[in-house]
Design a protein around this ligand. Structure first.
Ligand code: DX5
Ligand code: ZN
Length: 215
């Protein structure tokens, strides 16, 4: 079954506990961290993650939109991350590999994210290290943007690379996901859909999660 990862970037941060309690049927909770350098926006970080960890057993999918993420990998894991996703563009290939190795050594799932202008091939050298690949379907930095359909060939390419190599890697998409674009992503081979404004902007969040799954 397709997994849904609501992004709390679109939640009301003053009522975060209730917002998280409102999506019990979701698979992952997507936690967007922005440093104002790697992306032109600043969001939430380690203390908020630690507080969220205390109130939920959901799988915490932490998307680090920060430069040189290896500096903070351990801190995010100590705060409760289950999946730590770093960007291929955020550091040198050597440091990226080191960060992925550290996430795994600490017993957590390692993910790699690629921005729209980064070719899908950039993920290939890391495939053996990964539990998840995240394909951005908008420029990272803000919720509520329009889905970029030209990212779909990247999803198809990575689906083939994962399957032909026999890798156990989940393929996640992030940005502009709604019931219509969800269908396109699933057809292209995605198995985890991040959705911020679609889920937290919906009156009936459970119904929206079902629609995103294609039910
Ligand atoms: C954007 C973030 C996304 C964002 C998605 O940089 O990585 O996770 O919250 O929001 P929507 O689903 O509204 O495009
Ligand atoms: Zn994200």
């Amino acid at each position: 079954m397709i997994k849904i990862a609501p992004s709390i970037l679109s939640a009301d941060f003053a009522r975060l506990g209730e917002e998280i309690a409102s999506i019990p049927s979701a698979d992952y909770l997507h936690f967007d961290v922005m440093d104002g350098v790697f992306v032109p926006n600043i969001s939430i970080g380690i203390p908020v993650l630690a507080s969220v960890r205390k109130i939920t057993d959901m799988t915490l999918d932490v998307h680090l939109m920060i430069t040189e993420p290896r500096r903070y990998v351990k801190d995010f894991i100590d705060a409760g991350a289950d999946i730590v996703v770093i960007h291929a563009e955020a550091d040198t290939p050597e440091h990226t590999m080191e960060a992925l190795r550290e996430i795994r050594a600490l017993g957590k799932r390692a993910g790699l994210c690629i921005k729209p202008k980064t070719p899908a091939e950039a993920a290939l050298p890391y495939l053996n290290m990964l539990s998840l690949i995240l394909v951005m379907t908008v420029e990272p930095g803000f919720g509520g943007q329009k889905f970029m359909p030209d990212m779909l060939p990247k999803v198809e390419f990575l689906r083939r690379a994962i399957d032909s190599g026999g890798h156990k890697v989940e393929l996640e998409v992030d940005g502009g996901i709604n019931p219509e674009t969800a269908k396109l992503c699933v057809a292209a081979g995605a198995d985890v859909l991040v959705a911020g404004s679609a889920v937290f902007g919906a009156q009936d969040r459970a119904a929206m999660i079902r629609r995103l799954r294609g039910a």
